[in-house]
Ligand binder design. Structure first.
Ligand code: PMP
Length: 396
Protein backbone atom coordinates (compact mmCIF):
# COMPACT_ATOMS: atom_id res chain seq x y z
CA UNK A 1 0.00 0.00 0.00
CA UNK A 2 1.08 3.59 -0.44
CA UNK A 3 1.27 4.20 3.32
CA UNK A 4 3.68 1.27 3.66
CA UNK A 5 5.65 2.52 0.66
CA UNK A 6 6.54 5.85 2.21
CA UNK A 7 6.81 4.54 5.78
CA UNK A 8 9.74 2.23 5.03
CA UNK A 9 11.42 4.81 2.85
CA UNK A 10 11.07 7.62 5.39
CA UNK A 11 13.32 5.81 7.85
CA UNK A 12 16.20 6.54 5.48
CA UNK A 13 15.58 10.32 5.57
CA UNK A 14 16.02 11.54 9.17
CA UNK A 15 15.81 15.22 8.18
CA UNK A 16 12.20 14.69 7.14
CA UNK A 17 10.86 14.46 10.67
CA UNK A 18 11.50 18.11 11.52
CA UNK A 19 9.15 19.60 8.94
CA UNK A 20 7.06 18.95 5.85
CA UNK A 21 9.48 19.18 2.97
CA UNK A 22 7.76 20.08 -0.28
CA UNK A 23 10.66 21.58 -2.23
CA UNK A 24 12.13 18.50 -3.88
CA UNK A 25 12.14 20.11 -7.32
CA UNK A 26 14.81 22.51 -6.03
CA UNK A 27 16.81 19.81 -4.28
CA UNK A 28 15.84 16.39 -3.05
CA UNK A 29 16.82 14.96 0.30
CA UNK A 30 19.52 12.28 0.50
CA UNK A 31 18.88 8.88 2.07
CA UNK A 32 21.26 7.41 4.66
CA UNK A 33 23.04 5.02 2.26
CA UNK A 34 24.07 8.02 0.12
CA UNK A 35 25.20 10.05 3.13
CA UNK A 36 27.09 7.01 4.45
CA UNK A 37 28.90 6.52 1.15
CA UNK A 38 30.20 10.08 1.33
CA UNK A 39 31.28 9.64 4.96
CA UNK A 40 32.96 6.33 4.15
CA UNK A 41 35.00 8.02 1.41
CA UNK A 42 36.20 10.63 3.93
CA UNK A 43 36.90 8.14 6.70
CA UNK A 44 38.39 5.23 4.83
CA UNK A 45 39.90 5.94 1.44
CA UNK A 46 39.84 9.68 0.58
CA UNK A 47 42.11 10.14 -2.42
CA UNK A 48 42.20 11.42 -5.97
CA UNK A 49 41.06 9.33 -8.93
CA UNK A 50 42.98 7.99 -11.92
CA UNK A 51 46.28 9.52 -10.89
CA UNK A 52 48.26 6.89 -9.10
CA UNK A 53 48.47 3.30 -8.09
CA UNK A 54 48.25 3.26 -4.30
CA UNK A 55 45.44 1.43 -2.55
CA UNK A 56 43.24 4.41 -1.72
CA UNK A 57 43.26 5.75 -5.25
CA UNK A 58 42.48 2.26 -6.52
CA UNK A 59 39.30 2.08 -4.44
CA UNK A 60 38.26 5.66 -5.19
CA UNK A 61 38.86 5.31 -8.95
CA UNK A 62 37.06 2.01 -9.16
CA UNK A 63 34.00 3.34 -7.31
CA UNK A 64 33.96 6.69 -9.09
CA UNK A 65 34.08 5.13 -12.58
CA UNK A 66 31.69 2.37 -11.60
CA UNK A 67 29.18 5.09 -10.63
CA UNK A 68 29.33 6.32 -14.24
CA UNK A 69 28.30 2.85 -15.45
CA UNK A 70 25.46 2.65 -12.93
CA UNK A 71 24.12 5.99 -14.13
CA UNK A 72 24.48 4.98 -17.80
CA UNK A 73 22.54 1.78 -17.18
CA UNK A 74 19.92 3.65 -15.13
CA UNK A 75 19.01 5.80 -18.14
CA UNK A 76 19.40 3.04 -20.72
CA UNK A 77 22.69 4.39 -22.07
CA UNK A 78 25.67 2.35 -23.18
CA UNK A 79 28.71 1.82 -21.05
CA UNK A 80 31.09 4.77 -21.08
CA UNK A 81 28.65 7.36 -22.39
CA UNK A 82 28.08 9.45 -19.25
CA UNK A 83 30.11 12.45 -18.14
CA UNK A 84 29.87 13.66 -14.56
CA UNK A 85 29.42 17.41 -14.19
CA UNK A 86 28.52 19.84 -11.43
CA UNK A 87 24.82 20.09 -12.35
CA UNK A 88 22.35 20.35 -15.24
CA UNK A 89 23.46 23.92 -15.93
CA UNK A 90 27.05 22.85 -16.51
CA UNK A 91 25.95 19.93 -18.72
CA UNK A 92 23.89 22.23 -20.95
CA UNK A 93 26.65 24.84 -21.15
CA UNK A 94 29.15 22.15 -22.17
CA UNK A 95 27.00 21.29 -25.18
CA UNK A 96 26.38 24.94 -26.07
CA UNK A 97 30.13 25.67 -25.94
CA UNK A 98 31.26 22.36 -27.39
CA UNK A 99 29.54 22.46 -30.77
CA UNK A 100 31.12 24.76 -33.33
CA UNK A 101 28.52 27.22 -34.51
CA UNK A 102 28.21 29.03 -37.82
CA UNK A 103 26.22 32.17 -38.55
CA UNK A 104 22.76 31.13 -39.65
CA UNK A 105 22.64 28.02 -37.41
CA UNK A 106 19.39 27.80 -35.54
CA UNK A 107 18.46 26.48 -32.10
CA UNK A 108 14.89 25.69 -31.08
CA UNK A 109 13.83 25.88 -27.48
CA UNK A 110 10.52 26.40 -25.64
CA UNK A 111 8.84 28.86 -23.32
CA UNK A 112 8.77 26.12 -20.64
CA UNK A 113 12.52 26.20 -20.10
CA UNK A 114 14.43 26.84 -16.92
CA UNK A 115 16.83 29.80 -17.39
CA UNK A 116 19.63 27.20 -17.58
CA UNK A 117 18.22 25.85 -20.83
CA UNK A 118 17.65 29.28 -22.31
CA UNK A 119 20.58 31.58 -21.49
CA UNK A 120 23.36 29.33 -22.90
CA UNK A 121 21.53 29.30 -26.24
CA UNK A 122 20.70 32.96 -26.19
CA UNK A 123 24.40 33.71 -25.65
CA UNK A 124 25.19 32.10 -29.02
CA UNK A 125 23.50 35.02 -30.75
CA UNK A 126 26.90 36.72 -30.79
CA UNK A 127 28.08 34.00 -33.15
CA UNK A 128 25.10 34.62 -35.40
CA UNK A 129 22.98 31.77 -34.08
CA UNK A 130 19.23 32.32 -34.21
CA UNK A 131 16.97 31.18 -31.41
CA UNK A 132 13.31 30.21 -31.81
CA UNK A 133 11.15 29.79 -28.72
CA UNK A 134 8.11 27.52 -29.05
CA UNK A 135 5.00 28.34 -27.05
CA UNK A 136 2.48 26.26 -25.15
CA UNK A 137 -1.28 25.76 -25.44
CA UNK A 138 -3.83 26.67 -22.75
CA UNK A 139 -3.49 23.17 -21.24
CA UNK A 140 0.27 23.83 -20.86
CA UNK A 141 1.20 21.26 -23.50
CA UNK A 142 3.85 22.10 -26.08
CA UNK A 143 2.62 23.29 -29.45
CA UNK A 144 4.10 20.39 -31.45
CA UNK A 145 2.79 21.73 -34.74
CA UNK A 146 4.74 24.95 -34.52
CA UNK A 147 7.70 22.97 -33.18
CA UNK A 148 7.71 20.86 -36.33
CA UNK A 149 7.26 23.92 -38.53
CA UNK A 150 10.25 25.59 -36.91
CA UNK A 151 12.41 22.47 -37.15
CA UNK A 152 11.39 22.02 -40.78
CA UNK A 153 12.85 25.43 -41.61
CA UNK A 154 16.22 23.98 -40.64
CA UNK A 155 17.63 23.78 -37.12
CA UNK A 156 20.93 22.50 -35.85
CA UNK A 157 19.67 21.61 -32.38
CA UNK A 158 16.51 21.54 -30.28
CA UNK A 159 16.94 22.00 -26.53
CA UNK A 160 13.78 21.01 -24.73
CA UNK A 161 12.80 20.21 -21.18
CA UNK A 162 11.40 16.75 -20.44
CA UNK A 163 9.43 18.03 -17.45
CA UNK A 164 8.79 21.59 -16.31
CA UNK A 165 10.08 22.59 -12.88
CA UNK A 166 7.49 25.38 -12.70
CA UNK A 167 4.19 23.82 -13.80
CA UNK A 168 4.98 20.12 -13.86
CA UNK A 169 4.03 19.43 -17.45
CA UNK A 170 5.81 16.52 -19.14
CA UNK A 171 6.71 16.94 -22.82
CA UNK A 172 6.40 14.17 -25.45
CA UNK A 173 10.15 13.83 -25.98
CA UNK A 174 9.85 10.63 -28.01
CA UNK A 175 7.62 12.32 -30.58
CA UNK A 176 9.89 15.35 -30.56
CA UNK A 177 12.89 13.08 -31.20
CA UNK A 178 11.14 11.57 -34.20
CA UNK A 179 10.55 15.03 -35.65
CA UNK A 180 14.17 15.98 -34.99
CA UNK A 181 15.48 12.87 -36.71
CA UNK A 182 13.31 13.52 -39.74
CA UNK A 183 15.03 16.88 -40.27
CA UNK A 184 18.49 15.91 -39.03
CA UNK A 185 18.29 18.14 -35.96
CA UNK A 186 20.17 17.24 -32.79
CA UNK A 187 17.99 16.90 -29.68
CA UNK A 188 19.08 17.83 -26.17
CA UNK A 189 16.68 17.06 -23.35
CA UNK A 190 16.78 18.76 -19.98
CA UNK A 191 15.83 15.82 -17.81
CA UNK A 192 16.50 17.49 -14.44
CA UNK A 193 12.88 16.98 -13.35
CA UNK A 194 12.07 13.72 -15.10
CA UNK A 195 14.95 11.38 -14.17
CA UNK A 196 14.19 11.51 -10.41
CA UNK A 197 10.50 10.74 -10.91
CA UNK A 198 9.92 8.33 -13.81
CA UNK A 199 11.68 5.70 -15.89
CA UNK A 200 13.73 7.47 -18.55
CA UNK A 201 15.49 5.58 -21.34
CA UNK A 202 17.62 7.67 -23.67
CA UNK A 203 17.76 4.89 -26.28
CA UNK A 204 14.01 4.59 -26.33
CA UNK A 205 13.52 8.38 -26.49
CA UNK A 206 16.09 8.81 -29.26
CA UNK A 207 17.70 12.04 -28.04
CA UNK A 208 21.35 12.98 -28.60
CA UNK A 209 22.11 14.69 -25.29
CA UNK A 210 20.52 14.24 -21.88
CA UNK A 211 21.32 16.62 -19.02
CA UNK A 212 20.33 16.23 -15.37
CA UNK A 213 21.34 16.94 -11.78
CA UNK A 214 22.32 14.42 -9.13
CA UNK A 215 21.13 16.62 -6.28
CA UNK A 216 17.52 16.35 -7.47
CA UNK A 217 17.71 12.53 -7.53
CA UNK A 218 18.80 11.84 -3.93
CA UNK A 219 22.54 12.34 -4.61
CA UNK A 220 24.92 14.85 -3.00
CA UNK A 221 25.05 18.46 -4.20
CA UNK A 222 27.59 19.37 -6.85
CA UNK A 223 26.73 16.36 -8.99
CA UNK A 224 25.27 16.35 -12.48
CA UNK A 225 25.34 14.29 -15.63
CA UNK A 226 25.79 14.82 -19.34
CA UNK A 227 24.89 11.78 -21.41
CA UNK A 228 25.81 11.91 -25.09
CA UNK A 229 24.99 9.41 -27.81
CA UNK A 230 28.37 10.17 -29.40
CA UNK A 231 31.22 12.27 -28.00
CA UNK A 232 30.77 14.89 -30.72
CA UNK A 233 31.46 18.06 -28.74
CA UNK A 234 34.78 19.72 -27.98
CA UNK A 235 35.68 19.69 -24.29
CA UNK A 236 34.92 23.01 -22.55
CA UNK A 237 37.76 22.55 -20.05
CA UNK A 238 41.32 21.41 -20.66
CA UNK A 239 43.77 20.12 -18.09
CA UNK A 240 44.75 17.10 -16.05
CA UNK A 241 42.81 13.89 -16.27
CA UNK A 242 41.71 14.32 -19.88
CA UNK A 243 44.90 13.67 -21.83
CA UNK A 244 46.72 10.70 -23.32
CA UNK A 245 50.00 12.59 -23.62
CA UNK A 246 51.22 16.18 -23.36
CA UNK A 247 54.39 17.63 -24.90
CA UNK A 248 55.85 21.11 -25.08
CA UNK A 249 54.04 21.78 -28.33
CA UNK A 250 50.81 19.88 -28.07
CA UNK A 251 48.66 17.23 -26.47
CA UNK A 252 46.56 14.22 -27.34
CA UNK A 253 43.24 14.02 -25.49
CA UNK A 254 41.91 10.72 -24.17
CA UNK A 255 39.54 8.99 -26.58
CA UNK A 256 35.92 8.87 -25.44
CA UNK A 257 34.10 10.52 -22.62
CA UNK A 258 36.80 10.95 -20.01
CA UNK A 259 38.14 13.94 -21.92
CA UNK A 260 35.15 15.92 -20.68
CA UNK A 261 36.19 15.63 -17.03
CA UNK A 262 39.33 17.74 -16.77
CA UNK A 263 40.55 18.43 -13.25
CA UNK A 264 39.81 16.70 -9.98
CA UNK A 265 36.09 15.93 -9.94
CA UNK A 266 33.58 15.76 -7.08
CA UNK A 267 34.70 12.25 -6.20
CA UNK A 268 32.60 11.50 -3.12
CA UNK A 269 29.61 13.17 -4.79
CA UNK A 270 29.99 10.99 -7.87
CA UNK A 271 30.26 7.86 -5.72
CA UNK A 272 27.18 9.05 -3.80
CA UNK A 273 25.33 9.49 -7.09
CA UNK A 274 26.04 5.85 -7.88
CA UNK A 275 24.56 4.86 -4.53
CA UNK A 276 21.51 7.08 -5.15
CA UNK A 277 20.95 5.18 -8.40
CA UNK A 278 21.21 1.87 -6.50
CA UNK A 279 18.63 3.19 -4.04
CA UNK A 280 16.19 4.22 -6.78
CA UNK A 281 16.71 0.90 -8.57
CA UNK A 282 15.87 -1.04 -5.43
CA UNK A 283 12.51 0.73 -5.23
CA UNK A 284 11.99 0.75 -8.99
CA UNK A 285 11.22 3.83 -11.07
CA UNK A 286 7.83 2.45 -12.19
CA UNK A 287 6.88 2.25 -8.50
CA UNK A 288 8.15 5.76 -7.82
CA UNK A 289 6.22 7.11 -10.79
CA UNK A 290 3.00 5.36 -9.81
CA UNK A 291 3.22 6.45 -6.15
CA UNK A 292 3.98 10.08 -7.00
CA UNK A 293 1.25 10.21 -9.65
CA UNK A 294 -1.30 9.31 -6.96
CA UNK A 295 0.00 11.98 -4.59
CA UNK A 296 0.04 14.60 -7.34
CA UNK A 297 -3.58 13.93 -8.25
CA UNK A 298 -4.54 14.21 -4.59
CA UNK A 299 -2.62 17.48 -4.22
CA UNK A 300 -4.13 19.10 -7.31
CA UNK A 301 -7.62 17.98 -6.35
CA UNK A 302 -7.50 19.26 -2.79
CA UNK A 303 -5.93 22.60 -3.66
CA UNK A 304 -8.39 23.18 -6.53
CA UNK A 305 -11.34 22.81 -4.16
CA UNK A 306 -10.23 25.71 -1.98
CA UNK A 307 -11.93 29.03 -2.70
CA UNK A 308 -9.47 31.75 -3.67
CA UNK A 309 -6.83 29.25 -4.84
CA UNK A 310 -5.83 28.87 -8.49
CA UNK A 311 -3.86 25.79 -9.50
CA UNK A 312 -1.67 25.85 -12.61
CA UNK A 313 -1.32 22.20 -13.57
CA UNK A 314 -1.95 19.98 -16.58
CA UNK A 315 -5.15 17.95 -16.40
CA UNK A 316 -3.75 14.74 -17.89
CA UNK A 317 -2.08 12.78 -15.08
CA UNK A 318 0.19 10.90 -17.47
CA UNK A 319 1.66 14.21 -18.65
CA UNK A 320 2.55 15.75 -15.32
CA UNK A 321 4.98 15.25 -12.46
CA UNK A 322 4.65 16.13 -8.77
CA UNK A 323 5.36 19.82 -9.20
CA UNK A 324 2.23 21.80 -8.39
CA UNK A 325 2.10 25.57 -8.80
CA UNK A 326 -0.70 27.59 -7.28
CA UNK A 327 -1.60 31.04 -6.03
CA UNK A 328 -3.84 32.48 -3.34
CA UNK A 329 -5.90 35.49 -4.34
CA UNK A 330 -4.70 38.62 -2.56
CA UNK A 331 -1.39 37.20 -1.30
CA UNK A 332 2.06 37.43 -2.85
CA UNK A 333 3.56 33.94 -3.37
CA UNK A 334 6.43 34.82 -1.01
CA UNK A 335 3.93 35.71 1.74
CA UNK A 336 2.25 32.36 1.31
CA UNK A 337 5.57 30.50 1.48
CA UNK A 338 6.59 32.46 4.56
CA UNK A 339 3.34 31.75 6.39
CA UNK A 340 3.49 28.06 5.48
CA UNK A 341 6.99 27.89 6.91
CA UNK A 342 6.50 29.97 10.06
CA UNK A 343 3.01 28.86 11.03
CA UNK A 344 2.85 25.29 9.69
CA UNK A 345 6.45 24.00 9.27
CA UNK A 346 5.76 23.45 5.58
CA UNK A 347 8.61 24.24 3.20
CA UNK A 348 7.63 25.25 -0.35
CA UNK A 349 9.18 27.39 -3.06
CA UNK A 350 7.75 30.69 -4.26
CA UNK A 351 8.57 33.12 -7.06
CA UNK A 352 9.34 32.54 -10.73
CA UNK A 353 11.27 29.26 -10.24
CA UNK A 354 14.01 30.34 -12.68
CA UNK A 355 11.34 30.37 -15.42
CA UNK A 356 10.62 34.07 -15.68
CA UNK A 357 9.65 34.08 -19.38
CA UNK A 358 7.13 31.31 -18.70
CA UNK A 359 5.65 33.14 -15.71
CA UNK A 360 5.36 36.33 -17.76
CA UNK A 361 3.67 34.47 -20.60
CA UNK A 362 1.15 33.06 -18.13
CA UNK A 363 0.45 36.55 -16.77
CA UNK A 364 2.03 35.75 -13.40
CA UNK A 365 4.73 38.40 -12.88
CA UNK A 366 5.05 37.48 -9.18
CA UNK A 367 5.32 33.80 -10.00
CA UNK A 368 3.55 31.12 -8.00
CA UNK A 369 3.75 29.05 -4.86
CA UNK A 370 5.18 25.66 -5.75
CA UNK A 371 4.79 22.42 -3.82
CA UNK A 372 6.98 19.67 -5.21
CA UNK A 373 7.11 16.15 -3.92
CA UNK A 374 9.28 13.06 -4.04
CA UNK A 375 9.14 9.39 -3.13
CA UNK A 376 9.37 10.18 0.60
CA UNK A 377 6.31 12.50 0.61
CA UNK A 378 3.14 11.14 2.24
CA UNK A 379 -0.61 11.53 1.77
CA UNK A 380 -0.77 13.00 5.27
CA UNK A 381 1.68 15.73 4.33
CA UNK A 382 -0.41 16.60 1.27
CA UNK A 383 -3.52 16.80 3.49
CA UNK A 384 -1.69 19.06 5.95
CA UNK A 385 -0.62 21.40 3.16
CA UNK A 386 -4.18 21.61 1.84
CA UNK A 387 -5.52 22.27 5.35
CA UNK A 388 -2.93 25.00 5.91
CA UNK A 389 -3.72 26.68 2.60
CA UNK A 390 -7.41 26.54 3.44
CA UNK A 391 -6.77 28.17 6.82
CA UNK A 392 -4.65 30.90 5.25
CA UNK A 393 -7.34 31.74 2.70
CA UNK A 394 -9.96 31.91 5.47
CA UNK A 395 -7.80 34.29 7.49
CA UNK A 396 -7.71 36.88 4.70
N1 PMP B 1 16.43 22.51 -15.63
C1 PMP B 1 15.39 22.21 -14.85
C2 PMP B 1 14.13 21.70 -15.47
C3 PMP B 1 15.50 22.37 -13.47
O1 PMP B 1 14.48 22.08 -12.68
C4 PMP B 1 16.71 22.85 -12.92
C5 PMP B 1 16.86 23.06 -11.43
N2 PMP B 1 15.81 23.78 -10.84
C6 PMP B 1 17.76 23.13 -13.78
C7 PMP B 1 17.59 22.95 -15.13
C8 PMP B 1 19.07 23.62 -13.29
O2 PMP B 1 19.64 22.65 -12.48
P1 PMP B 1 20.97 22.96 -11.65
O3 PMP B 1 20.66 24.13 -10.78
O4 PMP B 1 21.19 21.71 -10.88
O5 PMP B 1 22.04 23.22 -12.63
Amino acid sequence: TSAHFSETIRRDFPIIHDCIYLDSAAISLSPEPVVNAVVEFEHRYRSNVGRGIHRFTQIASQRYWHAHEKVARFIGGEEGTTVFTKNTTESINMVAHGLSWKPGDRVITTILEHHSNLLPWRALAEEGVELSVIGIRPDYSLDLKSLEEEIKKGARLAAITHASNAIGVVTPVKEIAKICRRYNTLLLIDAAQSIPHMPVNVGDIGCDFCCFSGHKMLAPTGTGVLWMREPIIEPMMLGGGMIEEVHRDGFVPIEGYQKYEAGTPNISGGIGLGVAVDYLNTIGMEQVRCYEEGLTTQLIKSLSQIEGVTVFAPTDSSYRIGVVSFSIKGLHPHEVAERLDHEYDILVRSGHHCCQPLMESLGLPNGTVRASLALYTTETEIDLLAAAVQEITRSL
